[in-house]
Each structure stands twice: as C-alpha cells, then as structure tokens.
Design a protein around this ligand. Structure first.
Ligand SMILES: Cc1ncc(C[n+]2csc(CCOP(=O)(O)OP(=O)(O)O)c2C)c(N)n1
Length: 564
C-alpha cells in the first residue's frame, strides 16, 4: 500500500515514479551515487520489490544494466546524477538502441533556474542521447501544481513506447533541494486524490495493449519442391531459433547459423560456415530463395558469399530495421520468427539438401596447438550446457564463430554487436551473471583493460563468473587486417602492445586467477573454476600473431579437403 505520508515532495515524486516502475515490471535498478539523484536512490533502496545494484562508474553501470536486461528479458532502470554521469551512459545507451534492449535511464538534473548560469555540475541533458531514445520525457521539478496522474501517465507512456518500439528511453528528473529526508511527516493525501484508485491496487495507472497487426502471407508461399532454399539464422532468442529448427525439420533445407543464433551447437545446423565456405565446391552453391531470421552476422566470409547469391532473399526482423548490409533483400517482413513461421507453414519435402553441408562440417579439422584459436576451440567444449556465454568483440567472437559447431546444444549466448564496441564487455557479462548460475566471459586483453573498473563488479558477483581473457598483447585483430606494417605502423598505432599481464589486477580486486598457456592447462583451470564457484580470471596467453597464422592454416586445410 502506497503511504501518502512523506518527508518532502521530491521524495514523494521519486516514490511515485519508482512504485510505478515496479508495476510496469521493472525488477532491477542499477544505481550510481550522486546527491541530486538521492530522492530516486532512496525511493529504490526502500522499495521491497526492487533488486538494487550499485557501481561507481556509470559507463560500467550502463553496460551492466544492458546485460541484465538481455538476460532477464525485462526492462532495467538506471539511476544517476546530473552532469557527465549521464554522458558516461552513452555507449551502453547506443548499444541498447541498436539491438532493441529496454533500458530506462532516469537521471537527476538541475531545475531550469540553475541551467546556463555557471551552477555546479550542470549540463544540457534533455536530448543528450540525440535520436537514440525511442522516447524521452523531461519532467518539471517536483511541483504540487503538476498532477500525480500526469506524472505517472508520462512514465507509463515512456515505458509503453519502449515496449512497442523496442529500445531505450530517457527520463530527465530535475530536483530542487532538499535532496535528503529531514524526518518530516507531511500528509500528501490531498495531492494524491487524483490517483486514489491507483493507490488502492497494484497495477500501473495506464495499461497498454499493443495493436495486433495481422501477418501478411507471401503470395508465392510455399516454394516449389525444386526451389533451392537456404535458411540463415542471425542474432536471435533461443526460443525463436528453436521454433525455426522445428518448423524446418521436415523440409531438408540447409540452415546456416550464426554463433549468436543460440543454436550454433545443434547437430542440425551448419555453424562452421566461415570454414566451410573456404572450400570452392561448397562456395559455388547457389540458392533460389534465402530466408534470413535476425541479422548482424559475425562471419564476413558468409556475408560476402551471400552477396554472390542472386535469388530471392527474405528477411524476417521484428523491429522493422534493415539488417541487410548487402542491400540484397527482396522481401522484408516486420515479424518475429515465430509469427512468421506460423503464417508460413513449412512444406514436408524431406529433401537431402542439407546433408552434404552437415557431413562436410563433421569432417572439418579441429584447431590444434597452443594458440588462442585452439584454446577457444577447447573452451567451446568446456562450457556447461544451459550456462551463459558473453562473447567479446574483436577476435573472441570471430574465433568462436569458427568453432561454433563444438559449442553445447543449449547455451545462452550474449554479445554487444549493435556497435561492436570493445568497451563494457565485462560489465555486460556481470549483468548477465545476475541471471545465470554460470557465466563465461570471453574477451581480448585490450577490451579487458578498457573495462578494468568492472572487475569491481565481477568481485561482487554471487554466481559463478569465469572471465577468460585472451592476452595476445594488444589488438590481435589488426594482424588480420591490411594495416600497413612499415615503420611499425600497425604495432605503434593499432595493436598497441602493452606487455601487461592481469595477475596483479586480479589480486587488487580479490579475484581468483590462473595463467593458462595451452589447451590442457585451460581445461584444468576452467574445470577447477567451475567446481569452486565464485569469480575467476583465466588469463589465456597467446603469442602475438599466432591467431592469424592459425586461421590461415585451418583455412588451407579446409581448402585442401578432397573428400568434400
Ligand atoms: C570502444 C571501441 N574502441 C575502438 C574499437 C576498434 N577496435 C576494434 S578491435 C580493437 C582491438 C581489440 O583488442 P583486444 O581486445 O585485445 O582483442 P583482439 O583484437 O586481440 O582479439 C579495437 C581497438 C572498438 N571496436 N570499440
């Protein structure tokens, strides 16, 4: 029951907003300290239904919230103070916008009279995230002339827009002093009279029902039996991907799966595409119809190969975003995979078109040796089924895509591929770890240095969190890119070798640490970490330059496979 007695109007407004957030199904709030945001923070701290998470660094806080929102499938609230605190949330906010994650940022602000006059810690906050929010509300400072009904209604509208447009939103909250309670007990019943009904139940003030749009069927469906059909699975949820696998099972159509499809480890999909397409015979295949669910394909080779296909190309994507860097689709469907397949019953052709791809996949060589690719291949076999895996950008995700067929069948894979930043990857993993019994984070050394602050989050994680950092002494990916090497340009301006190992950082943050130098020490260290539980940092040492050589070698082996 909402208590109308409160210390001051700031706190009452904050309590109204936070209560409404919980009624709108927000269960986690990520808070960074600050004075002006104190009413919001205090309201959260006293709310029995909220799980509060704190961090001193707003950049990491935003990324932690992002990971949590993805893993929980609920919107997550982030609270911070005014000034650069808000700006530090920008990277996570953009990533949320690009990938449709429901982050609600509530930042405290100065009231109008303290803006543009030299007042401390004041910046221009409304509009700070440019066009990235799906919606934005700039509240007035708490004022009894502003009805409680309008206050709650504005929040309801914001969250409804987040849900319908699938993306993050900004709630700017100016407060005048006092920010903290002074043991007063003011009865605000008269002010709350216009939300009397809301006070008596536990539902949001406004309930929104999304409009039900009828699914349009493609006139030419189903394709004729002789039509060569290929299914592509991009980044998507496990239940959507599994629904597609089920739907297609009697067709015999080949299914190529990105590592982000959640089903890359299934024996029914072709996930080692990056390797298979290096073989000329497979690469010469042509399809009449490609049906792609989700997007943001990791494999560049797959993307380039798809570009050589000249048939029809359907893309099914629920947010209505074009995920089609080749500008190749002939039909775009604004639908999630399940709705689309419901409207398009799969024919039962029992073809054997997928067979030679799947057989070829089984014949692929497994990376051997002590380099990072061999270690990632080993890691793929160690990760427990049903656990969570956060894949960092740069080589971490690319290595895993190469060996994705070795992953367990059921695994929750998370990535930040909206902007593919190397920032906030550990923080995102820490957010995911709130919702998974076991979380593995795989990332590069520069990425970990970028997000070293987040070891402070990792140390407080209560579940099992295994951070695997591939230390190849800088940005190993640049070895694979045509960066000029003369005058050490690649080394001094791109790879930035640092000679740093992470043992001391692990000690500083009180995290278990193991140095790993080959697949067998990796297996031992990983199994031990799993058994022991808690947070572990496994430092996978890899010779700089070894990754590009290993990928090249593997590609050569595939090209020479005569049995395919
Ligand atoms: C925030 C951000 N800054 C810069 C980049 C460009 N970038 C892509 S990969 C990379 C190097 C990453 O190095 P590391 O994390 O060690 O991974 P490795 O390349 O060795 O796999 C950089 C700087 C980026 N993607 N994101």
């Amino acid at each position: 029951m909402f208590d109308p007695v409160c210390d001051n109007l700031n706190l009452l407004w904050a309590r109204l907003l936070i209560e409404e957030c919980t009624r709108l199904n927000i269960q986690d709030v990520c808070i960074a300290p600050g004075s002006r945001s104190a009413p919001l923070t205090i309201a959260c701290a006293h709310h029995a239904k909220l799980r509060c998470h704190t961090h001193f660094d707003e950049r990491g806080l935003g990324y932690m919230a992002l990971g949590m929102a993805k893993a929980s499938d609920h919107p997550v609230l982030v609270i911070c103070t005014s000034g650069t605190a808000v700006a530090n949330l920008y990277p996570a906010f953009i990533e949320a916008a690009q990938t449709g994650v429901l982050l609600l940022i509530a930042c405290a602000d100065r009231p109008d009279e303290l803006l543009n006059c030299g007042a401390n810690q004041a910046i221009s906050q409304p509009g700070i995230f440019a066009h990235y929010p799906v919606a934005e509300v700039a509240l007035p400072a708490p004022d009894e002339h502003f009805p409680a009904r309008a206050l709650l209604g504005k929040l309801d509208d914001l969250v409804a827009q987040m849900r319908s447009q699938q993306g993050p939103a900004l709630l700017n909250c100016p407060f005048r002093e006092p920010f903290y309670p002074h043991s007063q007990a003011i009865d605000f019943s008269a002010y709350l009279a216009d939300v009397e009904h809301w006070l008596s139940h536990d539902q949001p003030l406004n309930c929104f029902t999304p409009s039900l749009t009828g699914q349009v069927r493609t006139p030419s469906w189903p394709p004729a039996e002789q039509t060569k059909v290929l299914i592509i699975l991009g980044a998507m949820d496990a239940d959507q991907a599994n629904a597609v696998l089920n739907w297609a099972k009697n067709t015999g159509w080949p299914i190529m799966a990105d590592v982000q499809s959640q089903v890359a480890g299934s024996s029914r999909v072709i996930s080692a595409v990056d390797l298979l397409l290096r073989h000329s015979k497979l690469a010469s295949s042509q399809f009449d119809l490609i049906i792609q669910f989700g997007g943001r394909l990791v494999s560049k080779i797959l993307g380039q190969w798809l570009n050589t296909q000249t048939g029809e190309y359907y893309q099914i994507e629920p947010r209505g975003k074009r995920l089609d860097p080749n500008w190749q689709t002939t039909h775009r469907f604004y639908a999630d995979a399940k709705s689309w397949i419901n409207a398009h019953p799969a024919p039962s052709y029992q073809l054997d078109d997928a067979m030679h791809w799947l057989q070829a996949q089984q014949q692929l060589p497994i990376p051997q040796g002590d380099d990072e690719l061999a270690m990632v291949a080993t890691l793929a076999t160690l990760i427990p089924t049903q656990s969570a895996l956060m894949l960092g950008n740069s080589l971490a995700i690319r290595h895993m895509q190469l060996v994705a067929n070795h992953l367990p069948k059921a695994l929750n894979i998370y990535t930040n591929r909206g902007c593919s930043g190397i920032d906030g990857l550990l923080a995102s993993g820490c957010g995911i770890a709130q919702y998974a019994a076991v979380t593995t984070v795989l990332l590069g050394d520069t990425s970990l240095l970028h997000d070293l602050n987040s070891l402070a989050l990792a140390r407080t994680t209560r579940t099992t969190l295994i951070i695997c950092v591939i230390n190849n002494d800088g940005g190993g990916i640049f070895e694979l890119l045509p960066v000029p090497t003369q005058n050490h340009l690649a080394r001094d301006y791109y790879q930035l070798p640092h000679g740093i190992e992470f043992r001391a950082a692990a000690v500083q943050f009180g995290i278990n640490y193991q140095r790993v130098i080959n697949p067998s020490t990796l297996s031992t260290a990983y199994e031990q970490a799993l058994q022991q539980g808690g947070t572990h940092l496994l430092e996978i040492l890899s010779e700089p330059g070894a990754a590009s050589k290993a990928i090249h070698r593997l590609g050569e082996q595939v090209r020479e496979l005569s049995s395919l």
